[in-house]
Design a protein around this ligand. Structure first.
Ligand code: ADP
Ligand code: MG
Length: 728
């Protein structure tokens, strides 16, 4: 008897929702646990405050004396909030966050105890880095890496620990994390975009990338989730026959949020609000037990930190409400997976969204400039952008007819397509006064009106313009947004740099007016980036063929997708934009491949255990029951038993066949794994895991699901889909 499943079912049925009290307005709670500007004004000297502000705005250095002052203020605030520890909070290449807590408590040489925290501890820490992935950058024997304070993301208190957002780098300077490259990319896009805004508005001093993510997730009762070793070990179900009811009735999407989930959400939102995460929207998603949370957008670095923090907090609060939270992109076959749309734009320090059309022709020309340059950047570097969302788990989702395909294309809608078509007809060189007037009045001037009724939406597009921002839809629910944000901002920075150069040449050498030069360059970009624009059905087979004709990449899995990271073009790009060195790129690629291998390897091992130790034994148990029954019938009916036992004999035979088949497949998979582990390079290994081992998972699952259908319910060892997905 598979006790675990039935014990879990009994336990899950006992649950009730927990009452979560709303204490006052959310706005009063907002940022309570964050060392934000308001706290800095209160706890820092004026000098320290100004220095931190200029470090945030201009990236200027903070010297030791000021760091000591900031540390003193932070400590005073943290202690007043009841904190006992501090930690550097960072994002190693594992994809999640890491922390190592130290107590403020210390003993002075004379033996007195006190709470201590100085500039040195604020600015830099040296975690024993040898166990974090480094892609070979850091010799593990040296284990020398350090974390360094990122003043642009404010410190916060979680539980009783002061958390200081930091980058994580090797002593030789290479990034060992996802934050350092992101900060460099944001700096690059700031420089390039600020230079371009000068064509339109001399008051702009800084351009920020903005990010608003939409986090999807599943909630499964904790006891039920823990009863399945696949969910526990891999975050997804490796076997499981589809429930009779899935998402076909569409009765979950935007439906009434179930009580238990709602009280989880309320609790979560309160905690997030205190931590300064501006959570705003919550709703049911398409699949049963699937939900979404979206915040108000923020500056991209802060937004990335907030998403990572959110995911950490979600795990904790889910546990408190007796849920397991699943961020895996495809936890259940046959129902929708989870993504994390990344809404992205550029905003100036003067408060202008550069991807939002304005009220004057000049502002609209600025909008078009950033709009078209983004399209051009994505066209040039589509394969690179694709690589940033590749992972073993997201491979299950991309191209699976519920998420965008692994081909990157851009949707801009009919009206904006018409605008670009018109701009394509702009004359070469100087424009006549009539043409200029026509352009300003009827093409550029009409954009805001067009966009107001631009209700055009295409859910199948991986990169869509949605009125005042672009939305990257292929990002996986588990993915650290720093990865796509680093790539997107780097390629846009590069593109804007090129654009500025080209416009300058036309102005200086060809004597064109600034707006004429801008029109001229944009016209060429529209012409040369056409292949990336696609408004049709991204899920269809025809698009795959059309995309091939357009020479767009279609890398269907992670080992293929990350190859581009070490291409000549990519290395040159990252070097020119000072975002990553060749060493860093190879290291990041190696870590991606390594992580991929580990994930598939673990899944293979877990699946093996499930088959040998659970599925086959359950099948044999049922066989024995049938045999017993058939024997009994034979005793009573003699030779005539074949007729009365016909069904039993038939089931017995089917089970026997599936046992033979599933055992053989699992043996073969294990042998294939052994062969793959012996391969000499990480690339070959990753390819073997992808192309040779992973296909076994599907065939094994098929056998298991057939057995699940045949075997008596009370013998089946794994909590079933209907129990996982519909228990409330
Ligand atoms: P939807 O895309 O579902 O229609 P919204 O348009 O309200 O919904 O926006 C969805 C997400 O886009 C939200 O997380 C929001 O914060 C984000 N967003 C809105 N404007 C911007 C912007 N300028 N930059 C980045 N993200 C943005
Ligand atoms: Mg959206």
């Amino acid at each position: 008897m598979p006790r675990t499943r039935f014990d879990a079912l009994v336990e899950s049925r006992k649950r009730n929702y927990q009452n979560v009290e709303e204490t006052g307005k959310r706005s009063e709670l907002f940022g309570k646990n964050v060392f934000n500007e308001e706290k800095m004004l209160q706890f820092l000297t004026r000098e320290a405050f100004d220095k931190v502000k200029s470090a945030i705005f201009q990236g200027s250095k903070i010297d030791r004396k000021i760091a000591d002052q900031v540390a003193e203020g932070m400590k005073a605030w943290a202690l007043s909030m009841g904190a006992t520890h501090y930690t550097h909070w960072f994002q190693p290449l594992t994809g999640s966050t890491a922390e190592k807590h130290d107590a403020f408590f210390d003993i002075l040489p004379d033996g007195r105890a006190m709470e201590k925290f100085e500039g040195g501890q604020l600015v830099q820490q040296e975690p024993d880095a040898s166990s974090f992935p480094s892609g070979g950058i850091r010799n593990t024997f040296e284990a020398r890496g350090y974390t360094a304070w990122d003043p642009t993301s404010p410190a916060f208190i979680y539980k009783t620990t002061l958390c200081i957002p930091t980058i994580f780098v090797a002593y030789t300077g290479e990034a060992l994390d996802n934050k350092a490259p992101l900060l460099r990319a944001l700096h690059a896009v700031d420089q390039a975009a600020t230079a371009v805004t000068q064509f339109f508005d001399k008051n702009v001093r800084k351009v920020y990338a903005t990010l608003g993510w939409e986090q999807e997730y599943f909630l499964v009762d904790k006891a039920l989730a823990h009863s399945r070793l696949d969910i526990l070990m891999t975050g997804r179900t490796l076997v499981g026959n589809a429930a009779a009811k899935g998402q076909q009735l569409d009765d979950h999407y935007f439906g009434v949020i179930p009580n238990r989930a709602l009280s989880f959400m309320s609790d979560l939102e309160k905690e997030c609000t205190k931590l300064g995460i501006p959570v705003k929207t919550r709703h049911n998603e398409v699949a049963p037990n699937q939900f979404e949370l979206a915040p108000v957008f923020e500056e991209a670095n802060l937004s990335v930190d907030h998403n990572l923090l959110l995911m950490d907090v979600m795990e904790v609060i889910a546990d408190k409400h007796n849920f397991s939270i699943l961020f895996h992109e495809k936890p259940f076959a046959g129902v929708n997976g989870s993504g994390k749309h990344n809404n992205w734009s550029l905003a100036t320090d003067t408060g202008v969204n550069l991807l939002s059309p304005g009220t004057t022709p000049m502002k609209n020309l600025q909008f078009l400039t950033f709009f078209i340059n983004t399209i051009k950047a994505v066209d040039t570097y589509e394969e690179l952008l694709r690589s940033s969302i590749a992972s073993a788990s997201n491979d299950h989702r991309l191209g699976a007819n519920e998420a965008p395909p692994s081909i990157i294309s851009i949707f801009i809608g009919e009206q904006l397509s018409n605008v670009l078509d018109e701009l394509e007809g702009v004359s070469k060189g100087k424009l006549s006064p009539q043409e200029k007037t026509e352009l300003k009045l009827n093409v550029v001037g009409k954009i805001p009106e067009i966009l107001l009724d631009n209700t055009d939406r295409n859910r199948t597009s991986p990169f869509a313009f949605t009125g005042n921002k672009f939305e990257i839809r292929g990002v996986g629910a588990k993915t650290n947004c720093a990865k796509p944000m680093t790539i997107l901002n780097t390629i846009v920075a590069k593109q804007l740099t090129e654009f500025k150069k080209e416009v300058d040449v036309l102005v200086d050498k060809k004597n064109l007016k600034k707006d004429e030069a801008v029109f001229n360059v944009l016209r060429e970009y529209i012409k040369t980036s056409k292949r990336i624009r696609f408004d049709g059905d991204g899920y269809g087979m025809e698009w795959q063929e059309e995309a091939r004709r357009r020479k767009l990449s279609n890398n269907k899995n992670t080992p293929e997708a990350v190859q581009v990271l070490t291409s000549k073009e990519c290395i040159a790009l990252f070097k020119e934009m000072s975002v990553m060195s060749e060493v860093e790129l190879s290291a990041h690629q190696e870590v991606e491949l390594e992580t991929y291998i580990f994930h598939v390897q673990i899944e293979g091992r877990v699946l093996g255990e499930m088959v040998y130790n659970h599925i086959i034994p359950a099948a044999i148990c049922y066989q024995n029951i049938l045999l017993e029954n058939i024997k009994g019938l034979k005793d009573v009916y003699g030779a005539a038993h074949k007729k009365v036992a016909e069904s039993q004999l038939n089931i017995l035979e089917q089970i026997g066949e599936h046992i033979v088949e599933i055992k053989k497949l699992t043996d073969d998979m294990t042998a294939a794994r052994r062969r793959a582990n012996g391969l000499s390079t990480i690339n070959k290994k990753a390819q073997a895991y992808c192309n040779t081992i992973k296909p076994y998972f599907e065939s094994i699952r098929e056998q298991s699901d057939k057995l699940e259908k045949l075997i008596s319910d009370d013998l089946w060892p794994f909590t079933k889909y209907r129990e996982l997905l519909f228990a409330k």
